[in-house]
Design a protein around this ligand. Sequence first.
Ligand code: BTN
Length: 236
Amino acid sequence: MDIERLRREFPARRIDYYPSIDSTMRAAAGLEAGSVVLADEQTAGQGRHGRRWHSEAGSGIYCSIVLKPMPVLTLALGLATADAIARATGMVCDLRWPNDVMLAGKKVAGILVQVADGKAIAGIGINVNHASFPPELASEATSLRLHTGAPVSAIDILLALLPAVDRFVEMDKETILRLFTSSSSYAAGRRVTVAQADGIVEGTTAGLDPAGFLIVRKDDGTDTLIVAGGVRAAGS
Ligand code: BTN
């Protein structure tokens, strides 16, 4: 990856690059706001809910950006990631609340936000040029290359991603909620199942509440507010 080009385009930013690292989230902890950490490979990539993020060498964007904490940051970062992919490749992604960026029903990118010491670390993982996935991920994950059938430039996506993140994090909460709702086929009118601590909730999505949580209307007419992930299209 042409990190020097990225540094030339964004001379005011600290951009750290590691050929291999456990996780860019760890490397970004303690850096000043605006700093970016990138890796070619992660040996212990972190996903949400303690899961691993598949981070094979030379195939993905593994990026952590240090930001100021703000409401609905995860939703803003999903919008920024989809925006950058669209600008760089023309591919239009869907957003699955709260943190999944989807292409043709499969996950192509994920967002992980960790807040500590008054800063938010925005972790963005994008499956760019993966030619395949391990069997346990193959039915759920895709890459831009698998989707389009041709290699994709990771640097072009990064060149679009950093300004996109800057733009979306400047927006107010109401604007982010409106943009997310209009960009996501999952936000309203979608039949879903949601894994909750006390079982599976099934219903139809009915928009986001003012805090950015997902409303699921069950068939008995009652609403459940979903505050953490686990949303799947019903029947998938
Ligand atoms: C998810 O969908 O579960 C979130 C995945 C976030 C993965 C990215 S890759 C860059 C950064 N470093 C990590 O260890 N995780 C995030």
